[in-house]
Design a protein around this ligand. Structure first.
Ligand code: AMP
Ligand code: ZN
Length: 476
């Protein structure tokens, strides 16, 4: 383990910063609630995975052997996080005239491609439908002491576990934020373990169970998959802050019931705050949201979005704007330009150079302080700005910081960041040609001709950037 400040993480259970103490010596086991694959993931969802990846990278950097799971929800998630509404997968299948299975596979593939484009390291990504048998076993094990049957399925009685809702700190008998939609529930907060297919209906995704043909409740999968893949108890559970209110309290209740313990099963529960826009939280259900591809279509490199996320603390809301994304892209360009200067140097030894000691200390202190990536980014810039040092040592320092920030700086070239917006009609060759003509005109001091070429380019959507300190001559 590197000899640095101990890692402090904010635990939503205690609402305090706590020192990370692994359950298994030298290992870190992390579970992240993954996407429901009935639609594209929006960039707000991707913020949750960039955060989880930054956590994972930090743990690896500190020398822990990391096991990270992000599950794929391909069954069971209703249009409300409580038990109201339709199954999201079945609803999407009906609307798109495809099978629920095809829809799940398609959106899972797009999701994984987006993770790649954002440099999210590949975690294990089990699918819920592959764990239905285990979920049924959990249901059988919990049913006598903790569950009751209704016509619509098997329900969990939240009054049977100690301190239900401790994580949310808001759940009362009124079941804040939820509506008692299911007739016969004992407590408003009770939730489905198994949802029986209604009489006379057939679902595309259904399984036989002791409680009739049907599908598991959404919360069950994460309890089951975290137990099977990481073992209970494990170290850290992450998700978006909305999960602090319903999904995670329900997971905890199931873990307590199944494990016959008052323990939540994870040492630390961490939640990222929302990406918002002027209308509020970006969400799939409102139908208006931005996906990563839209950013690319408008000319932004995916890693400009990662940079934007890193600039904010994960526990703060982050407001998305195109101006903000543009500023993040510019910042990334500046960083990449400086990295290009040291890209050919063989990597040296990062630690033993006095000039970099303050930078590295700033960086280690920042990430150990509940993943303060905003400050860590400035440490990266400080390292790049350090003068009169061996390029190889600088490279090693930058590599070390980048291993946590995940910008993949040595695989990025300035030209990669110059993405053509989809609407652009002009080709690069035409732009190069115009620039050559303009240069010739200026050499002959024919400024009228030079201005005319600039105006001509502007009409076709190309902005000429004379004197750009980064040497970017034009922008689409
Ligand atoms: P879902 O596919 O709806 O289950 O959401 C996937 C993940 O994204 C969950 O961890 C959510 O909490 C998280 N999430 C949803 N909306 C946002 C948002 N606007 N900003 C950040 N995270 C979000
Ligand atoms: Zn989950």
């Amino acid at each position: 383990m590197t000899d640095v400040a101990p890692l402090k993480l904010f635990n939503s259970l205690t609402r305090e910063l706590e020192t990370f103490q692994p359950i298994h010596e030298g290992e870190a086991r992390v579970y992240t609630c993954g996407p429901t694959v009935y639609n594209y993931q929006h960039i707000g969802n991707m913020r949750a995975y960039i955060f989880a990846d930054t956590l994972g990278r930090t743990l690896s950097h500190l020398g822990y052997k990391l096991s990270h799971v992000i599950n794929i929800t391909d069954v069971g998630h209703l249009t409300s996080d409580a038990d109201a509404g339709d199954d999201k997968m079945e609803k999407a299948a009906a609307a798109q005239g495809k099978s629920a299975w095809d829809i799940a596979r398609y959106y899972q593939e797009v999701f994984e491609a987006d993770l790649d484009r954002l440099n999210v390291r590949k975690p294990a990504h089990p699918r819920a439908t592959d764990y239905v048998e285990s979920m049924i076993e959990w249901g059988k094990q919990m049913q006598d002491k903790h569950c009751y049957k209704l016509d619509s399925g098997l329900y969990f009685d939240v009054s049977t576990v100690p301190e239900y809702g401790r994580l949310a700190r808001a759940v009362t008998e009124d079941g804040e934020g939820r509506i008692d939609e299911v007739e016969g529930k004992r407590n408003a907060a009770d939730f489905a373990i198994w949802r029986k297919t209604p009489q006379g209906e057939t679902r595309q995704m259904e399984w036989d169970s002791p409680w009739g043909k049907g599908a598991p409740g959404w919360h069950l999968e994460c309890s089951v998959m975290s137990a099977e893949l990481l073992g209970h108890p494990f170290d850290i559970h992450t998700g978006g802050i909305d999960h602090r209110e319903i999904h995670h309290p329900n997971e905890i209740a199931q873990n307590q019931a199944h494990n016959c313990s008052s323990d939540s099963a994870a040492s630390i529960w961490m939640h990222n705050n929302f990406l918002i826009d002027r209308r509020g939280k970006m969400s799939k259900s409102t139908g208006e949201f931005l996906v990563l591809q839209t950013l690319v279509d408008r000319g932004y490199h995916p890693l400009a979005y990662r940079t934007l996320c890193l600039q904010a603390h994960y526990r703060s809301e982050l407001e998305f704007s195109w101006e903000g994304l543009q500023a993040a892209l510019t910042r990334l360009k500046r960083i990449v330009m400086l990295v290009e200067r040291i890209a050919d140097a063989p990597s040296g030894e990062a630690t033993d150079h006095p000039k970099f000691a303050p930078v590295l200390e700033k960086f280690e202190t920042a990430i150990a302080d509940d993943l303060n990536t905003a400050v860590a980014l400035t440490a990266l810039e400080d390292a790049l700005a350090t003068k009169k040092v061996d390029a190889g040592i600088k490279r090693a320092v930058v590599e070390r910081i980048d291993a946590v920030l995940g910008l993949g700086l040595f695989d990025l070239a300035r030209t990669d960041l110059c993405i053509r917006p989809k609407i652009a009609t002009i080709t690069e060759a035409e732009i190069d040609d115009a620039f050559a003509r303009r240069k010739a005109a200026r050499a002959e001091k024919d400024f009228a001709a030079s201005d005319a070429i600039r105006d001509e380019l502007a009409e076709r959507g190309v902005e000429v950037m004379d004197g750009d300190p980064m040497g970017w001559e034009w922008k689409l």
